[in-house]
Design a binder for this molecule. Structure first.
Ligand SMILES: [Zn+2]
Length: 63
């Protein structure tokens, strides 16, 4: 079974042996992850709220 890769639109296997599904390859998976980290998908506006939560979580991990 194949489906179009969300990143490059090539056919991507959805079999369990494809560790990167629904992407066709690790490269496309990493590109998508990079888009998340760059903030392409985050909703801007309430920045103080989104900045505060990770800081509190990091402090808990350090203690
Ligand atoms: Zn791809």
């Amino acid at each position: 079974m194949t489906r179009k890769c969300p990143q490059c639109k090539k056919p991507a296997s959805l079999d369990v042996d494809n560790d990167h599904r629904p992407f066709c390859s690790e490269r496309c998976q990493l590109i998508d992850l990079g888009s998340w980290l760059d903030g392409d998908y985050t909703i801007s506006g309430d920045k103080a709220d989104t900045d505060g939560a990770p800081d509190r979580r990091n402090q808990n991990l350090l203690e």
